[in-house]
Design a protein around this ligand. Structure first.
Ligand SMILES: O=c1ccn([C@H]2C[C@H](O)[C@@H](CO)O2)c(=O)[nH]1
Ligand SMILES: [Zn+2]
Length: 135
């Protein structure tokens, strides 16, 4: 699966977004090293903060399937510049993605940009920062 195909998967799932409040559908496609693709769309709620972003839906689908061998992600929305994942999604990505993993962001005009995990969230808070528990 190449980058164009991954963006197609992101655009496809974007059509399933549930966005009656923002009217801002987003699609994400997460490729695993074994070639499987997990697709996610944003799902909103009348209680606005309960809404979940496309990126986290894709990641949580994979994690709940027992899959963690992530290779690349593509995210797409109808934005003027390539869509910028929110801070909460960057933090969740950093929990599961290697620092060098490429994240492709784009818009419907196919303006695209690829950033590594560590470019997207530098100096991230991570498990190594937590105190080590003695036994
Ligand atoms: O990268 C992004 C940015 C925003 N949203 C969603 C959250 C909300 O449903 C809507 C407007 O913020 O877009 C995503 O899914 N991914
Ligand atoms: Zn987000």
């Amino acid at each position: 699966m190449d980058q164009n195909q991954l963006f197609e998967k992101a655009k496809e799932i974007r059509e399933r977004a549930y966005t009656p409040y923002s009217k801002f559908p987003v699609g994400a496609a997460l490729l695993t090293k074994s070639g499987k693709v997990y697709q996610g769309c944003n799902i909103e709620n009348a209680a606005y903060p309960v809404s979940l972003c496309a990126e986290r839906v894709a990641i949580f689908k994979a994690i709940s399937d027992g899959v963690t061998d992530f290779a690349e992600m593509a995210v797409v929305a109808d934005t003027g510049r390539p869509v910028s994942p929110c801070g909460s999604c960057r933090q969740v990505m950093s929990e599961f993605f290697d620092k060098k993993m490429p994240i492709h962001i784009g818009n419907l005009e196919d303006d695209r940009k690829t950033m590594s995990m560590e470019e997207l969230l530098p100096f991230s808070f991570e498990s190594a920062d937590l105190p080590v528990e003695d036994e």
